[in-house]
Design a protein around this ligand. Structure first.
Ligand SMILES: C[S@@+](CC[C@H](N)C(=O)[O-])C[C@H]1O[C@@H](n2cnc3c(N)ncnc32)[C@H](O)[C@@H]1O
Length: 755
């Protein structure tokens, strides 16, 4: 390619005759053309219909119309303004004016640039300083970067992505084309529980194993390195090993590392059984003495005396404070004296075991038993026996009623679960293959021990802001397991709130750093799948922006049910967001950034239209469905950062504008109200017909055609009104006639779908 400005003498810029127009024609135009813009994509001095910006209640005038606006399809990609050689282009009034223009609703670009002939400065609209700056005479050294950000083919516009349910089978090796992997649409959650993940040990927000496995299979091949730096209970690492990948599991919580390491530790299960039986004998002997004491001396004090004696001898966690929101102050108050004594003695017996892996396996069953054997255990018959308060209420809440469970029974069940899990994995994870696993305590924000470009695939599920303070809630386990959590750990924990009252900024910063690290360690032409479920739109914007800034290319997002409904969700179905999205990114050499689409309407209208659209399409939609739709659209059209202007809390917004049915858990259009935004006529008719027929069915009334027309036509008088024949055609697709003139909805699944 011919070099730019090879024959240009930059001394000319010192001449007073070399003005702004010369900068434009001689220097800027060739740059724009070489970046691949055709004449019709270069919009010169586009003036604004409303040349001011609203900032709060103030209006700020936009006095300057930059020289160039670069257009891609119907959208604007970036703005460039030429200045005379002596003008400042890195700060001050010039920069502010071009910035105001770039963020104006009629323009909306992510980048803007200034050039005075000597220097070129490129800005992002969300940053104060230029992120690319060079002297024009050095442009060839910066060309690659300039092209990466600004060339006509470096933007993705209103993409539609193709999805498939199941990853196609590939032979691997040379056949495996990393870059052309399909995106997976929502994968049905396999109810059949994998013994390696269920019942062994509780943890917060576990990913569903078959979904994770399908993703690993799709984006990596045998022998590849799979990383999860927010590893939690280890679903990613375990599934990676199960399908013959190498796994790196990192988590800040020592409890997570303990859990995964102990589960994977290879043991002969027959030896584990022998060790268990030995402990059983000693345990029974010890407490058999107790029943003797109890009978002879009868009375609670004597039992108390016995437990007190045991507690003098066998260590248990003492004076470890609990988070402020807890019902009690310190860890030992979470247990009755009997519970403490039984746990302390059992731990003492386990600690005597010499074989390290057997000891770890026993401790895993012990730790898992603690969850059922404490005063916060809320017993519920209908819900699989109940759960500890940390899982239900995300705090240490003492249960109103206590169960008289005995530790031994719980421990025995748990050891059986551990053994079943070990048997299930031993073919794939054993003495020989365990070297393929690295299970480490550490922070996702510093993966310094990993070389750059050394990982083949990342599947990760970071905390979602405020919901769960992992370290606080793991105190009960960590203290029994003698696992240390330092102040530095709390500092690095990517959450908002918690005992350390962490700020939103700190959360943002930590998530940002972790994405940067993930980018660094991932190889080129490889994928990162990022699970996210935050209700606050600002965080979504942060994720996409950070990933793009690092160099990732957004490659589509899909909502994925996680198969679990938390207790809180069951209690407050319309305020707790339960779904999650899996956002896929690629690390490629020439990533395209998402172009902020020219919306052609106010953002509030875009949101309303999106919500009404999803309600119409599904005849009512859940909080999750609506959130996913808004978020995916917002990410793909680049308006996520504007959503806070419309709502801060989606539930409040929906409750304000729509009806909510507590039984079906669906948001619907207010009864007898029209759609506010434009929705396809057929979809509107279908929506109102279904709503009307459902209502008639509930009220046990007949729905005659004339009544139907009478009821729904007024609601349709918005734009085009349908013919009665159109209504009849749609009615015939979703309902059937009974008797001479009465209509009932067809059963689920029989309604023809024409979406
Ligand atoms: C949503 S959970 C992951 C759950 C996991 N996907 C599973 O299936 O079990 C998020 C995890 O991130 C961990 N975490 C929080 N901050 C971290 C950090 N800075 N580095 C590494 N892990 C962190 C928490 O301890 C928690 O285990």
């Amino acid at each position: 390619m011919e070099k730019l400005f090879e024959n240009f003498n930059f001394d000319q810029l010192n001449s007073p005759d070399f003005k702004e127009d010369a900068v434009r024609e001689v220097l800027i135009l060739p740059i724009i053309q070489r970046l691949g813009y055709a004449q019709k994509q270069i919009v010169r001095s586009k003036s604004l219909a409303h040349p001011f910006l609203k900032i709060g209640s103030k209006k700020r005038a936009i006095n300057l119309v930059p020289d160039y606006l670069l257009q891609i399809e119907e959208n604007y990609a970036w703005v460039l303004d030429a200045k005379a050689p002596n003008e400042n282009i890195t700060q001050g009034g010039n920069v502010e004016q071009v910035y105001s223009y770039a963020i104006h609703p009629e323009i909306r670009t992510k980048f803007f640039a200034l050039c005075n002939g000597r220097e070129f400065a490129l800005f992002r609209t969300d940053e104060q300083k230029p992120f690319l700056y060079f002297l024009l005479q050095d442009i060839e050294n910066y060309w690659e970067q300039l092209e990466r950000y600004l060339s006509a083919d470096s933007f993705q516009v209103g993409k539609t992505f193709d999805y498939t349910t199941i990853s196609p089978l590939t032979r691997g090796g040379a056949d495996f084309d990393y870059l052309n992997r399909p995106l997976l649409e929502e994968i049905p959650v396999r109810k059949q529980a994998a013994k390696r993940h269920f019942g062994v040990h509780g943890y917060f927000t576990k990913q569903t194993w078959n979904v994770v496995q399908e993703y690993i299979r799709n984006f990596s091949q045998v022998g590849d390195v799979v990383l999860d730096p927010f590893g939690g209970s280890g679903v990613t690492a375990i599934e990676a090993l199960m399908i013959d990948r190498k796994a790196i599991h990192i988590d800040l919580n020592p409890m997570s590392v303990f859990m995964v390491d102990s589960l994977l530790a290879p043991v002969k299960t027959s030896d584990l059984k022998i060790a268990f039986d030995k402990i059983k004998k000693e345990y029974e002997k010890f407490f058999a003495n107790l029943s003797g004491v109890g009978e002879n001396l009868s009375g609670l004090e004597d039992l108390t005396g016995f437990y007190a004696e045991a507690l003098k001898k066998y260590p248990y966690p003492k004076n470890i404070p609990l988070p402020k929101g807890s019902d009690v102050k310190s860890i030992e108050q979470l247990f009755s004296q009997k519970q403490l004594a039984q746990l302390a003695y059992l731990k003492h017996l386990i600690k005597k075991e010499k074989n390290k892996n057997i000891r770890k396996s026993l401790l895993l069953a012990f730790s898992s038993s603690i969850n059922k054997f404490n005063l916060t255990f809320h017993y519920t018959k209908s819900e699989g026996g109940g759960d500890s308060a940390i899982f239900r209420y995300y705090r240490y809440r003492i249960a109103p009623k206590h169960d008289s469970l005995e530790l031994w029974g719980i421990f025995e069940t748990k050891i059986k679960k551990v053994i079943s899990a070990k048997k299930e994995i031993e073919y794939n994870i054993n003495e020989t293959t365990i070297q393929n696993a690295q299970i480490l305590k550490g922070t996702a924000t510093d993966l310094g021990f990993l070389k750059k470009e050394s990982v083949d695939y990342i599947y990760t599920d970071p905390p979602y802001g405020k919901k769960i303070p992992y370290l606080d809630l793991s105190t009960m386990w960590n203290s029994w397991l003698d696992l240390e959590v330092t102040e530095a750990d709390f500092e690095m924990e990517a959450i908002e709130g918690g005992e350390h009252n962490k700020s939103k900024d700190s959360y943002n910063e930590l998530i940002k750093k972790s994405i940067e690290e993930m980018y660094r360690v991932l190889k080129f032409d490889r994928w990162m799948s990022f699970v996210f479920a935050h209700k606050d739109p600002e965080f979504w914007h942060l994720i996409i922006e950070t990933a793009e800034k690092c160099g990732f290319e957004y490659a589509g997002a899909v909502s994925q049910n996680n198969g679990q409904t938390s207790f809180k969700k069951r209690q407050n179905s319309h305020t707790i967001l339960a779904g999650q999205l899996i956002i896929n990114f690629k690390k490629i050499r020439r990533p395209k950034s998402i172009l902020q689409a020219n919306l052609g309407m106010e953002i509030s209208e875009v949101v309303l239209q999106t919500v009404e659209g999803i309600i119409a399409k599904n005849n009512g939609a859940t909080l999750e469905k609506i959130n996913d739709e808004v978020v995916i659209k917002g990410m793909e059209l680049g308006f996520m950062h504007l959503i806070p202007n419309v709502y801060m809390d989606l539930t409040d917004y929906l409750l304000d504008k729509f009806d909510y049915d507590h039984n079906t858990k669906l948001f619907t259009i207010r009864q007898n109200k029209k759609f506010n935004s434009y929705i396809d006529l057929n979809l509107r008719v279908r929506y109102y017909l279904i709503s009307y027929l459902r209502r008639m069915e509930l009220e046990k009334k007949e729905a005659r055609f004339d009544d139907i027309i009478l009821n729904i036509l007024p609601l349709l008088k918005n734009g085009i009104t349908p013919e009665s024949q159109t209504v009849l055609n749609i009615l015939a697709q979703i309902a059937e006639k009974v008797g001479t003139d009465s209509w009932v909805l067809k059963k689920e699944g029989q309604q023809s779908i024409f979406k």
